[in-house]
Design a protein around this ligand. Structure first.
Ligand code: LMR
Length: 320
């Protein structure tokens, strides 16, 4: 049986890390695409040369041609510009929207059957635009952010409770921006919801509130430290978790930016919700119920994403 083909669109820090992880995990053969001549070729060759020491079997190719992604099973899109200190993700909208147009057209022409995972910011609006430009089915196009934000939340919680992150589950809902909604009620340590852990005295509400805010600021914290760009290890790992769920039909329950058609009260747009990912792509959106406070936070986040989508329509007439 032929190995799956994984196309990585964008060979920056995240693209390179994705290529390395894909090879190390033997998920398939890698095509690393970028318009910058030499970068994808150099990174692909460098990673391939690590194969004999690591012991993986994977072919890696760097390219500037969309023709090389032909028939890809998975496309992970990181193309575009990352933010720098002092910028918000939303500041990238104009420049990255143009990039999504050419990427969407390239995928539509050469890999129309792929499962597409978008990482480019501002995430929820860019995944919406990418879907519009590509015309692929909604269930085959999604955005990575919920897995990343939830991983950050889980990491901070595991540190606070002094337990393995394996025993911490967490969900972050809404858009991948300052309005995201780390869900305290649906997050647990060993199955015990966080509010109960506060009642038990294992942590305080103040500490929990601080962790929620740190999660919301998680991307900016890394940007502030790196100064030259944004996070890449955790974003890449999150996307690989989603790609693996698709390729291996794992039916993982993962929060990601998915197209909602009435679920959680959202219609006709992408936003972070719990999903089931398997061989059918986004096979299901888990239609959880929210209490009044959670609903207000979620609606606020949805409205922020709506505003960005309207801004996209204002920039590119073909989206209107
Ligand atoms: C992240 O959350 O790390 C990414 O969205 C990159 C960023 O600009 O924060």
């Amino acid at each position: 049986m032929a190995r799956p083909k994984i196309a990585l669109i964008g060979a920056g820090q995240i693209g390179g890390t994705l290529a390395h992880l894909t090879a190390m995990k033997e998920l398939g053969d890698v095509v690393l695409f970028d318009i910058a001549e030499g970068i994808p070729e150099g990174k692909a060759l460098d990673i391939a040369e690590s194969g004999p020491s690591e012991g993986f079997d994977a072919k890696l190719k760097g390219t500037q041609s969309y023709e090389d992604i032909a028939g890809a099973d998975v496309c992970i899109v990181t193309a575009g510009v990352p933010r720098k200190p002092g910028m918000s993700r939303d500041d990238l909208l104009g420049i990255n929207l143009k990039v999504m147009k050419s990427v969407g057209e390239g995928i539509a022409a050469h890999a129309p059957d792929a499962f597409v995972i978008c990482i480019t910011n501002p995430l929820d609006a860019m995944v919406w635009a990418l879907r519009e430009f590509s015309g692929l089915p909604h269930n085959k196009v999604c955005g990575m952010a919920g897995v990343l934000d939830s991983a950050r939340f889980r990491h901070f919680l595991a540190e606070e409770f002094g337990v393995s992150m394996k025993d911490v589950t967490a969900f972050v809902l809404g858009g991948h921006g300052d309005t995201m909604v780390p869900s305290v009620r649906y997050s647990t340590v060993a199955g015990i919801p966080l509010p109960d852990l506060v009642k038990m005295g294992w942590t305080s509400q103040d500490k929990l509130d601080a962790i929620v805010q740190r999660t919301r600021d998680g991307g900016a914290e890394i940007v502030g430290l790196l100064k030259t760009g944004s996070a890449f290890y955790a974003p890449a790992t999150s996307a690989i978790e989603m790609a693996e769920a698709y390729l291996k039909d794992q039916k993982r329950v993962l929060p990601c930016a998915a197209y909602c058609d009435g679920e959680l009260g959202v219609t006709g747009m992408y936003v972070g919700v719990p999903t089931v990912i398997g061989a059918g792509g986004i096979e299901k959106i888990v239609n959880i119920t929210l209490n009044d406070e959670e609903q207000a936070g979620f609606d606020n986040s949805v409205n922020a994403v709506k505003g960005l989508i309207e801004a996209c329509k204002g920039i590119d007439n073909s989206l209107a």
